[in-house]
Design a protein around this ligand. Structure first.
Ligand SMILES: Cc1ncc(COP(=O)(O)O)c(C=O)c1O
Ligand SMILES: N[C@@H](CCCC[NH3+])C(=O)O
Length: 416
């Protein structure tokens, strides 16, 4: 079921007309659907019911407090990569004891904050990090729960910028050295070695790389166990892809079932999932208004009021996201356009060569923008950041106000 759909050729978010939201809250704005978030999160959780598990939503995909609050209310765990994300989880009512802390560069201050908050586990990426966590835990007279992220050297067959499980990537510990590093971790007094972790990349559209990585990690768990270290959980990371155009990734329940099959003979090994994109991407759209249509010598441009600072995926990864009219009932001449923003970069585009029937002042919706949309936005060109709205049935909640131009324009005289 798609909660962003046309009714009488008008785009709706659940029960609310997108044009009405744009009229009230202005553009560009992100609109999220609560029902979609819940449906996607539950797809993971329900599919894993038969096995001990924890779904830890990857906060980096979308850290809006309203979004986190929807997840917290369902009992979700969270995968974080900074102290800032932990603060947001706590502010949104999330349970710190269900938080896993990933990332290669945790600072002492972040480790201290997470230890005091009582998180579930640190996913550790190097020996130097083990030493740092041990040191901070000792100073606080606490024991830090840890997993080690292992790099299984599996090709995720995704965009090179978002592939993380190859030897050439900065993430995790090489498979060959893993047992040795586990022994080292177990020798440190203020660490509790609880689990193992792996994450091979994002936007994976095939199941096989996940299975290959899992099999390698299960093998490793046996080796670690033979070395006298018993692990109680396996964090399989995130990375399940979504449909942006014609990709056919496995559905969350297929993905979870395929992984569960491999651990059926390990009923005490808790599985941790870290999905981000699969929950949020298609739970959000970015709405933008056409400012001008411009005829170039070789191309037609639709200059819109959203830009690469609002949604950087097309510029950064050449990502394709569907762009559709909010009102599909307008009489317009159809042309092929590049949809571009006002930023002073040739790379500032949201879509290229799109067949659209539009005119100035029309509204467009950029689909699949709920993940890695607002969280990767910036103030580049001193542009204000978009508002974020959450639709819940027929109610619309402003879950983050648009930044105000005045705040940017006030300026202070910083020179003596
Ligand atoms: C460690 C870790 N976990 C989870 C995720 C979430 O990934 P995705 O949004 O692809 O599910 C990422 C990002 O790729 C990650 O680096
Ligand atoms: N930001 C990326 C995904 C990176 C995943 C984070 N580990 C995207 O938009 O596709």
């Amino acid at each position: 079921m798609d909660f962003f759909n046309y009714k009488d050729q008008q785009l709706f978010a659940e029960d609310v007309s997108v044009a009405e939201i744009a009229a009230t809250h202005n553009t560009p704005c992100y609109i999220y659907s609560r029902a979609t978030i819940e449906r996607h999160w539950l797809a993971f959780d329900n599919a894993a019911k038969s096995h001990p598990h924890l779904v830890c939503y990857a906060v980096k995909a979308n850290s809006n407090l309203g979004v986190l609050n929807v997840m917290a209310k369902m009992g979700s765990g969270f995968d974080i990569v900074s102290g800032g994300e932990l603060a947001r989880v706590i502010q949104a009512g999330g349970d710190p004891s269900k938080v896993v802390f990933s990332g290669v560069g945790k600072t002492e201050a972040e480790i201290e904050y997470a230890l005091e908050a009582g998180i579930y586990c640190f996913n550790v990426e190097s020996e130097a990090e083990l030493d740092r966590i041990n040191k901070v835990a000792k100073e606080l007279e606490l024991i830090a729960p840890i997993s080690i992220r292992v790099n299984p050297d599996v090709d995720a067959k995704t965009h090179p910028y978002i592939s993380t499980g190859l030897k050439a990537n900065k993430f995790g510990i090489e498979r060959e050295r893993a047992v040795e590093v586990y022994k080292y971790a177990a020798s440190l007094d203020n660490l509790n070695v609880k689990g193992i972790d792996c994450h091979i990349g994002s936007q994976l559209t095939e199941i096989q790389p996940f299975i290959d990585a899992l099999d390698k990690v299960l093998n490793l768990i046996d080796e670690i166990s033979a070395a006298g270290i018993q692990l109680s959980h396996l964090d399989v990371g995130g990375g399940l892809g979504v449909t942006y155009s014609d990709e056919t990734p496995p559905q969350p329940d297929e993905y979870v079932s395929a992984l569960l099959e491999r651990v059926a003979d390990r009923p005490n090994l808790k599985l941790v999932f870290e999905p981000g994109r699969a929950i949020m991407a298609n739970a959000g759209i970015l709405v933008t208004k056409v400012e001008f249509l411009k005829q170039g010598e070789e191309k037609n441009f639709a200059i819109v009021d959203a830009a690469m600072n609002d949604l950087i995926r097309p510029s950064l990864y050449s990502a394709w996201q569907n762009i559709i009219p909010v009102d599909a009932n307008l009489e317009r001449e159809s042309k092929v356009y590049d949809i571009v923003g006002p930023i002073c970069e040739t790379g500032d585009f949201l879509g290229k060569d799109r067949d659209l029937a539009i005119a100035a002042d029309d509204l467009l919706a950029i689909r699949s923008s709920g993940a890695y949309g607002f969280t990767m936005s910036s103030n580049y060109n001193s542009r204000v950041r978009a508002a974020e709205l959450m639709v819940d049935g027929d109610a619309v909640h402003l879950v983050r106000e648009r930044e105000q131009l005045e705040d940017l324009w006030k300026g202070e005289n910083l020179l003596p």
